[in-house]
Write a protein that binds this ligand. Structure first.
Ligand code: NAP
Length: 300
């Protein structure tokens, strides 16, 4: 294996440390405590784990955490009323509605009801538009975490050839916008892309956000390229015992690591950066709301 391993777990701990420092300063200098409200509708087990983890890390960073757990059959009107209340609450600087929502709720409608200034997930149509036009916005957490790791590793990304595999609104599209913003030449690949292997082979930076276990093999990777693996896929692991499973990314780690210059592991790469960036976005939103200088290096 020749690639340098980009340690997302350690980097996320650094980001959380910076967030905690800014929170302490906001408290000491301005008597402001940033607050993050998370709304969970229903009992999806994975969402419950995420929400718990977000709440714990919010408190550890010195911020206020507000959790709103609503029944799975909550009506759209009732959920909109909760969001409206949070929009108006000056103690709440960030609002996150945990996705996916139960099928009877219109996700776009709910997300677009969040005050864009408090939209710490960066999914509101205003923030999508601001990011797309290169204006100050709230930036989606997972691609922001990828960008931070890339900047940290490379310094400038200017002129690099980047291929993003996946075009979701949550990861692929904002990732491509961020790379374009840093002056990469960007290709977005998806399920209809022809000759994907050839497309990926020309990239200096590969960001895989597909959701297909180990889809990208090492022989698609240009020697020395940087591989950011966003995928989180659970697969059977009979070698660990009957009924056991393990997490893998969208890239075949061992073969990619032989060729790449740097690579993020799964787990321990992009995953931990996502919540760290959520905390960073909450501090950024709090500073903007209060006219305080926002921290450097914690947004795009
Ligand atoms: P998604 O909404 O399902 O989008 C997947 C994308 O991959 C789509 O654009 C799809 O293309 C494309 N795709 C599917 N099969 C393909 C193929 N054979 N070749 C090329 N492209 C293909 O997924 P997502 O929400 O972006 O998430 C992607 C992965 O990242 C998942 O494993 C998810 O668990 C993980 N994730 C991780 C984090 C984190 O914190 N680390 C956060 C979010 C997501 P079409 O558009 O043509 O269908």
């Amino acid at each position: 294996m020749s690639a340098q391993v980009i340690d997302g777990k350690a980097f996320a701990a650094e980001v959380r440390g910076q967030v905690a420092e800014h929170v302490a300063r906001l408290k000491a200098d301005h008597s402001i405590t940033p607050g993050l409200a998370v709304v969970l509708v229903g009992e999806d087990p994975a969402s419950q784990v995420y929400v718990r983890s977000k709440g714990k890390q919010t408190i550890e960073a010195g911020m206020n955490s507000y959790e709103h757990k609503l029944d799975a059959d909550t009506s759209e009107a009732d959920l909109l009323a909760v969001v409206d209340k949070l929009n108006k609450d000056p103690a709440v600087h960030g609002i996150l509605v945990q996705l996916p929502l139960p099928k009877h709720l219109n996700e776009d409608l709910i997300i677009n009801s969040i005050d864009p200034a408090k939209d710490v997930d960066g999914f509101h149509i205003s923030n999508v538009g601001l990011l797309g036009t290169g204006q100050k916005s709230m930036v989606p957490c997972t691609p922001l975490g990828c960008l931070m790791m890339l900047r940290d590793h490379h310094g400038s990304l200017s002129g690099m050839d980047a291929v993003v595999i996946g075009r979701s609104n949550i990861v692929g599209k904002p990732m491509a916008q961020l790379l374009l913003g840093d002056s990469c030449t960007v290709t977005i690949a998806h399920s209809r892309t022809k000759d994907l292997a050839d497309v990926v082979r020309r990239a200096d930076i590969v960001v895989a956000a597909v959701g297909r276990p180990e889809m990208v093999p090492g022989d698609w990777i240009k020697p020395g390229a940087t591989v950011i693996d966003v995928g989180i896929n659970r697969i059977d692991a009979p070698e660990k015992g009957e009924g056991k499973s393990r997490l893998v990314g969208d890239c075949h780690y061992d073969s990619c690591a032989e060729v790449a210059g740097a690579i993020t592991p799964v787990p321990g790469g992009v995953g931990p950066m996502t919540i760290a960036c959520l905390l960073a976005n909450t501090v950024t939103a709090c500073c903007r709301a209060n006219g305080v200088d926002e921290p450097e290096g914690l947004t795009a």
